[in-house]
Design a protein around this ligand. Structure first.
Ligand SMILES: Nc1nc2c(ncn2[C@@H]2O[C@H](COP(=O)(O)OP(=O)(O)OP(=O)(O)O)[C@@H](O)[C@H]2O)c(=O)[nH]1
Ligand SMILES: [Mg+2]
Length: 364
């Protein structure tokens, strides 16, 4: 299963936000511990379309799409150069498919800030630089090997050219993420598990005393820096939302009065993570089970069949497909959809779209 790693400086609220997302109840401490083993939990992806399909079909079993979240230990200055426990932490980061970068915006005298003061933009840059240093050491290592060879094979010269472009970006203190490259080059680079090429979401962890993102000091500069990096961001009241998990909706409403919480940050973060991971959902519906299945955006009807069962991919004949909107507009019934002419018979190469409702015809 694809997973999203939660990264950030020590004591930025990573475990708190992990608990908000996963309701796992992991231990939250006011002082950074030397822990390296990450907390992990799988969560159902909130999806109004799925909830509606469950309401309509009242199935015996309901299975939402799932993503795993991993709460990593804090990364400190110097981690990217292998100092302290840097290497151990960074190998967990390298394993993740996408990152949620938690940045501390809350002030809390009881929780020391590793840099001595609250400054979100500085913290963003520190972590980014550590990740850049880590990738730089991977690139330099490999380039060193290629450069010491007397004669390079054609594919090795191509690799050298590509890595030199990565080197240029990294020495310019830019992440590999923004490098202009072909799909083939991107696929090749995946083998290096570069941490600065991973999709990233910025989670700004605020305090109840901060009524919204725009109340943060230097908000305009911070927003511009995040936008320039092409990253999406979510504001979250980490500690407050963790405390809300134990309350009834009425009690929670009282607590959140005056704060800019329209939708819980939990749902937004999970949906954003799902999208950032490049995932889409298709649905299967029946009296036994309503289920959301996960594909990578771009996968086809046979991949959809294979997600359900390898037999369905092996004996694939065709997929019977209707979009979510057409389905709901036609009484949530495949038969009605057929009569209305919105049901489609699709072959192996059909590129599945987010929200498709699918039945696989197969023969084994
Ligand atoms: N005031 C306030 N305190 C918070 C907030 N989020 C987290 N904290 C506190 O900050 C401390 C550290 O929180 P954690 O979630 O453990 O932080 P962490 O980033 O996981 O820390 P390490 O894993 O040790 O690096 C705890 O005492 C939290 O209660 C917040 O939004 N506001
Ligand atoms: Mg933690």
């Amino acid at each position: 299963m694809l997973h999203c790693g939660i990264v950030g400086l020590p004591l930025s609220g990573k475990t708190t936000i992990f608990n908000v997302i996963t309701r796992a109840g992991a231990e939250v401490k006011p002082y950074a511990g030397g822990r390296t083993d990450p907390n992990r939990a799988v969560v159902g992806v909130p999806d109004g379309r799925f909830d509606r399909l469950v309401d309509v079909h009242v199935p015996k079993k309901e299975t939402p799409a799932q993503v795993e979240f991993v709460d990593l230990a804090g990364l400190s200055r110097g981690a990217g150069k292998g100092e302290g426990l840097g290497n151990a932490f960074l190998s967990f980061v390298a394993d993740a498919d996408a990152l949620i970068h938690v940045i501390r915006c809350f002030d809390n005298a009881g929780v020391p800030h590793p840099e001595g003061s609250v400054d979100p933009l500085r913290d963003l840059e520190i972590l980014e630089l550590e990740l850049i240093f880590r990738d730089l050491s991977v690139v330099e290592n490999r380039l060193g090997k290629l450069r010491s060879k007397k004669k390079l094979l054609p594919e090795e010269s191509a690799e050298k050219g590509l890595l030199e472009r990565c080197l240029d970006r990294l020495t310019g203190e830019k992440p590999i993420r923004g490098l202009d490259m072909t799909q083939e080059e991107a696929r090749f680079l995946r083998g290096f598990a570069f941490v600065t090429s991973k999709p990233q979401i910025i989670a700004l962890n605020m305090d109840e005393s901060q009524p919204g993102l725009s109340s943060l000091p230097n908000w305009d500069t911070l927003r511009r820096s995040i936008e320039e990096r092409g990253l999406s961001m979510v504001g979250i009241y980490g500690r407050l939302e963790m405390d809300l998990l134990d309350l009834s909706p009425e009690e929670a409403a009282e607590f959140t009065e005056g704060l800019s919480i329209d939708e819980p940050a939990r749902d937004r973060l999970i949906s954003e993570a799902y999208r950032t991971l490049g995932l889409i959902s298709f649905f299967t519906c029946g009296p036994d089970e309503v289920r959301a299945w996960t594909l990578r955006d771009g996968e086809n009807a046979v991949d959809a069949a294979g997600a359900i069962h390898s037999d369905l991919a092996r004996g694939f004949i065709r997929a019977v497909v209707v979009s979510y909107d057409d389905y709901t507009e036609n009484g949530d019934s495949m038969a009605n959809c057929r009569d209305a002419g919105v049901l489609r018979q699709e072959g192996k190469d059909y590129r599945v779209r987010d929200g498709d409702i699918i039945e696989i015809r197969f023969n084994v």
